[in-house]
Design a protein around this ligand. Structure first.
Ligand code: NAD
Length: 249
């Protein structure tokens, strides 16, 4: 859908690398202007340079989404640069995997804090702008694990399951203002996050994927482009699996 975002302004959290970077480049390729934000400063500058070379406007802002003050600052810088916000993609996320009996309280807290509270803080911050304009597209990057559960990921699965419930609730609250809120639930996608998995574990995961391969960051970005566009205006509160058929409802 080249050109379909027609100068809209999008914030993409966690866009220094991986799926977030692919989303930022995909939206820019459809003529959106992008706020690239992450805790990784080198990475956001690299993504922003690639966006500039596509001829789009962009700013790179360092922000930890789990910190309310930093999120307020992100909003301020976005408003100064672009005066508006049309699209938010809550993509920043982390894992701290371990079996339940071995999981530290701090590994529970940080995963819930980044993946769930971070999405709450950024969504809350952009909502008044979108409400005033009576337009908005919010897309949350959840996970198939938030639907199915996964041994060794009680913290991560709870954060993504919570994000799905958050998505549906936001969709109900904001629908009357013409703001949609949807989630994507990726399966196993080739990124630095899954690069850490041992080969044996990867092989066992592929056996559970009907399409018989890991997905690419672009597979996820393609769906997010649609959910971020005007074309998806009658879709809200939905969870779209991008998982090669791993989980069928
Ligand atoms: N890779 C997969 O297989 C997969 C599957 C399902 C869902 N996801 C989700 O997709 C999203 C992106 O994952 P990825 O695979 O690209 O991971 P990644 O680790 O490659 O990228 C995540 C990005 O988020 C940033 N980040 C981490 N903590 C942050 C914070 N507190 N504030 C701001 N930015 C922060 C990181 O610096 C990094 O750039 C995550 O939400 C992840 O849970 C990934």
């Amino acid at each position: 859908m080249p050109g379909s975002l027609n100068n809209k302004v999008a914030i993409v959290t966690g866009s220094a690398q991986g799926i977030g970077k692919a989303i930022a480049l995909k939206l820019a390729g459809a003529d959106a202007n992008i706020v690239v934000t992450d805790t990784n400063v080198e990475g956001i500058e690299q993504t922003a340079n690639e966006i500039k070379s596509l001829g789009r406007k962009t700013i790179a802002v360092r922000c930890n989404v789990a910190d309310g003050k930093e999120v307020d600052e992100l909003l301020k810088k976005t408003q100064e640069a672009f005066s508006t916000i049309d699209i938010l993609v809550n993509n920043a996320g982390i894992t701290r995997d371990n079996l339940l009996i071995r999981m530290d309280e701090k590994d529970w807290d940080i995963v819930l804090s980044v993946n769930l509270k971070g999405s709450f803080l950024v969504t809350k911050a952009v909502t008044p702008v979108m409400m005033r304009r009576r337009y908005g597209r919010i897309v949350n990057v959840a996970s198939v694990v938030g639907l199915m559960g996964n041994a060794g990921q009680v913290n991560y699965a709870a954060s993504k399951g919570g994000l799905i419930a958050f998505t549906k609730s936001v969709a109900k609250e904001l629908a009357s203002r013409n703001i949609t809120c949807n989630a994507v639930a990726p399966g196993f996608i080739e990124t630095p996050m899954t690069g850490k998995l041992p080969e044996k574990v990867k092989e066992s995961y592929i056996k559970a994927i009907p399409l018989n391969r890991f997905g690419s960051a672009d597979d996820v970005a393609n769906v997010i482009l649609f959910l971020a566009s005007e074309d998806s205006g009658y879709i809200t509160g939905q969870v779209i699996g991008v998982d090669g058929g791993m989980f069928m409802r």
